[in-house]
Design a protein around this ligand. Sequence first.
Ligand code: ATP
Ligand code: MG
Length: 487
Amino acid sequence: MTKLAIPKEVLLVADGLENAGFEAYLVGGCVRDIILEKKPKDWDLTTNATPEEIQKIFPETFYENTYGTVGVVGESEDPTLKVIEVTPYRKEGTYSDARRPDTVEFGISLEEDLKRRDFTVNAIAYRPKTGEMVDLHGGHEDIKKRLIKAVGNPSTRFQEDALRMMRGVRLSAELGFAIEQETAEALHANAPQLEKISKERIRDEFIRILETATPMQAIFLSHKLGLLKYIAPDIERGIGIGQNQAHSFDVFEHLLRAMQHAADKEWPFIIRLAALFHDISKPETRRWSDEKKDWTFHGHEVVGARVAKRALQDLKFANEIIEKTTKLVRWHMFFSDPDKITLSAVRRMIVNVGQENIWDLLNLRICDRIGTGRPKEQPFRFRKYKSMVDEALRDPISVAMLAVNGESVIKILGEKPGPRVGWILHALLEEVLEDPKKNTKEYLEEKVQILSLMEDSALKEMGEEGKKAREKAEEKELEEIRAKHHV
Ligand code: ATP
Ligand code: MG
């Protein structure tokens, strides 16, 4: 076996172990990736040294987890090489809960260590010192055949740790490998075991699936193998739900295709996630319209935002991700015909979804359109809409951006802080949204004087009702426009 190209940082750690009289093998994803001529994401070494012995050899180390992994810190600038993980040979004890081994034992043998690994392609070891390959489970052959195959009895292995089933699907998407027949059958049979896995572990693997280049295929495979209903059951409700004439696919396939477009564009995880959930509530909001002779889905984005929120909370996503995804789902139906929309409606849209999310929302719209299977060609109009967004972003869109603030209002009026201040600011914002040129200290301060003469009730109405009434009028106008243009 010719020696493989291993970075010097990794060789240094392997040599350190070997020179101290221990064995050092590269193992897992990095060996698999080198054979596939891909750049490994990280480098894992396994050894017959104990954690204490490893720590004695290297000047800077830290203890990583309960599995005995020691992180050896080097001087590399490359983040994949800064820390090399060294794990003692492990043999896992019995599993009583499909989740994690009851005990972890160190220092048995390389053979034992390879036996406890999930898939044959991940169970090849390579010893840099000698160039020796240890492949006891036919990993090379499965790489050649492009197969994901469990090490040992697949059913037993999935019962030990049910997350391996999701790892298998993820690996198959990452590598473009098929899942070997017997492994796939065991996966299908054991899918319900996923229920025993912590939501956090499921979430992390779900993220990695969405981050592959082919998430559509992976989610579809998860569905076919029976895993998806233990990950995000709402997505499957779209199966067989036909849509209106603008669509070629049912809701399920539309969601998957929209998400896949985000992956094709190499857009970040959050857009893929929002695309996968954007029409999540179409099934329950679908109504037949005799007038239109077609399906309608009124309010699906409002219900969908709630349903997506619950699904993501269930998967223990960070609040930040939940908030953002929910906003994108809630506002994905925004009206974007640049010839029919006013700049103030665009501003309102930006206020709704948040400035920091507006470009992601536009990308979600692109995914949505491609996902219909029959996108209307309108790059020019979309560009025009984008330029309107750009223009609107330069204008104030919240009370905080007004040329006057609460303090100055209080000063001008000589009044105590109270609800009147808020009403005045909102009344000012309404005006500025309509005409950004009015956002000057001079104009607004004068306007504050005029507003201050109004009684509480009238002012309150301006601040609150005025806003609502305008939104309504705008909505009505938009609806007429939509109806006229069949969108
Ligand atoms: P990646 O290229 O994404 O890092 P990987 O295969 O290296 O993929 P890791 O999560 O880094 O995946 O795990 C390293 C190795 O540990 C795997 O290749 C596999 O041999 C083993 N492994 C990880 N998780 C499990 C598991 N749940 N059950 C059995 N073996 C596992
Ligand atoms: Mg790895």
